[in-house]
Design a protein around this ligand. Structure first.
Ligand code: PLP
Length: 447
């Protein structure tokens, strides 16, 4: 459909569309053929041209409880009618206190102190700052290096970019934070293609941290941050034993371990957090996305009590951490968070995801042998199909994603020729079948 017609269908004006500079989007291509979503319910979006679109990615890996949740909207409305805003510095409000308590109670062992933010990027930068300030508070201000990993995505703040490992996201923005280092990523198709869940090969890649600790001296390293399952870098499940090995090396050298659970949190792997799923507890954990079912922006950083308590010194009227956001713990976001946690609990969505995961795995791996498919990976309700790069450098995954959209399915085509899948946890078997068949069609179309 021509753009003007599409825009007018959605009650929009072409000029307004041009005014909107869209994030992480080829703006000129998009505006020539816009994809406009006008409503959503359950597993489906509805587009401006009246089509139903199956949501294979939970929006942007975030609408874990599915779309159009009345209970979330109603709680947000009630909170807004009562309290539109309370300052987050020196004041707070009941919903923020309650949500902090709920998160502390459900988090992995000992991560019982909660700092609110408004996005995953802010959570990551907050976590990195807490790590640096923690060491300083304990008299180890020389621990200033932050270690990330190749192919990691930790949002778009300067901290997250510095430890992130996606070249396109970094290259335009200068040298970033001094002293950031990177572990190697864990994907090696020679050794771990078509693994189901965590690949058997690759735990030794964690030993690169030991090498960095030798190179820089461990006493200069503040923290290591990893996504337990790398998401936007291509959905890379950690090799078996890899996270445990990282934990051991961190412990040996007094390095803080940060899990960025912005995607893996809130049931994506069939447990509340990836830390639970893998049985490895970090010192700090970053959250966002599924925290409010993405009904409103919110993030949080959960911290081990010991890390928090290191800050609680000096005169009691002194600020312990010079950090925070105007809208940290905003009433609207806290209301959404509380209602979302209720849904996860009452509908047992994490358990449901765990029960659905084997079926999802089976369906994805049945696409082996379709044109251009060189790898299929999955963990919980995260999945990826990697395609052979096109000889002319075209991103085949982006093309497949576009074809899927025309056929009524939303998936993500990542820059690395990977089609990413991350459906809402409420997905039914029949919808997994629809997703699989549409993908197969789109892959064959491309051949
Ligand atoms: N960390 C991870 C692991 C993510 O996947 C993302 C977003 O996809 C972020 C951080 C950044 O979150 P936001 O886009 O809310 O800033």
């Amino acid at each position: 459909m021509p753009p003007t017609q599409m825009a007018s269908q959605a009650g929009l004006v072409e000029e307004n569309l041009q005014a909107y500079w869209m994030p992480f989007t080829p703006n000129r291509q998009f505006k020539a053929d816009p994809r406009i979503l006008v409503s959503a319910e359950g597993m489906y979006y509805r587009s401006a041209d009246g089509r139903k679109i199956l949501d294979g990615v939970a929006g942007l890996w975030c609408v874990n409880a599915g779309h159009g949740r009345r209970a979330i909207a109603e709680r947000m409305q009630a909170e807004m009618a009562r309290l539109d805003y309370a300052p987050s510095f020196n004041f707070t409000h009941p919903a923020a206190i309650e949500l902090a308590g709920r998160l502390a109670a459900m988090s992995p062992r000992g991560l019982n102190r909660v700092f609110f933010t408004n996005s995953g990027s802010e959570s990551v930068d907050t976590a990195l700052k807490i790590a640096l300030a923690y060491h300083r508070a304990r008299g180890h201000g020389e621990r200033q290096r932050l270690i990330g990993r190749e192919r990691a995505y930790h949002g778009v703040g300067f901290g997250g970019l510095s430890v992130g490992g996606l070249g396109n996201n970094r290259k335009a923005f200068g040298p970033l934070l001094a002293g950031a280092g990177h572990l190697p990523h864990t994907l090696d198709l020679e050794h771990n293609a078509f693994s189901r869940g965590s690949p058997a090969w690759g735990a030794h890649l964690a030993d690169a941290l030991e090498r960095l600790a030798t190179l820089h001296d461990a006493s200069t390293i503040a923290a290591v941050i990893v996504e337990p399952v790398a998401g936007a870098g291509g959905v890379l499940p950690p090799p078996q034993g890899y996270l445990r090995r990282l934990r051991e090396i961190c412990d040996r050298h007094g390095i803080l371990l940060i899990f960025d659970e912005v995607i893996t949190g809130f049931g994506r792997l069939g447990e509340a957090f990836a830390a639970d799923f893998f049985g490895v507890t970090p010192d700090i954990m970053t959250l966002a996305k599924g925290l409010t079912n993405a009904a409103v922006p919110m993030g949080a950083v959960l911290v081990r009590q010991e890390v928090h308590d290191a800050f609680m010194q000096g005169p009691p009227d002194s600020v312990e951490l010079f950090h925070g956001y105007t809208c940290s713990g905003h009433p609207l976001a806290c209301a959404a968070g509380l209602a979302t946690l209720d849904i996860y609990r009452d509908e047992q969505l994490f358990q449901r995801a765990a029960a659905t995961a084997p079926h999802f795995e089976q369906a994805l791996h049945s696409l082996r042998g379709e044109p251009h498919v060189v790898d299929i990976r999955n963990q919980g309700l995260l999945g990826a199909i990697e395609l052979e790069p096109a000889p002319d450098g075209r991103n085949r995954a982006a093309e497949v994603a576009m074809r899927c959209y025309r056929k009524g399915l939303m998936v993500r085509g990542l820059a690395t020729n990977v089609i990413a899948l991350s459906p809402p946890l409420i997905i039914e078997k029949s919808e997994i079948g629809e997703l699989r068949d549409t993908l197969a069609d789109a892959l064959r179309d491309l051949a």
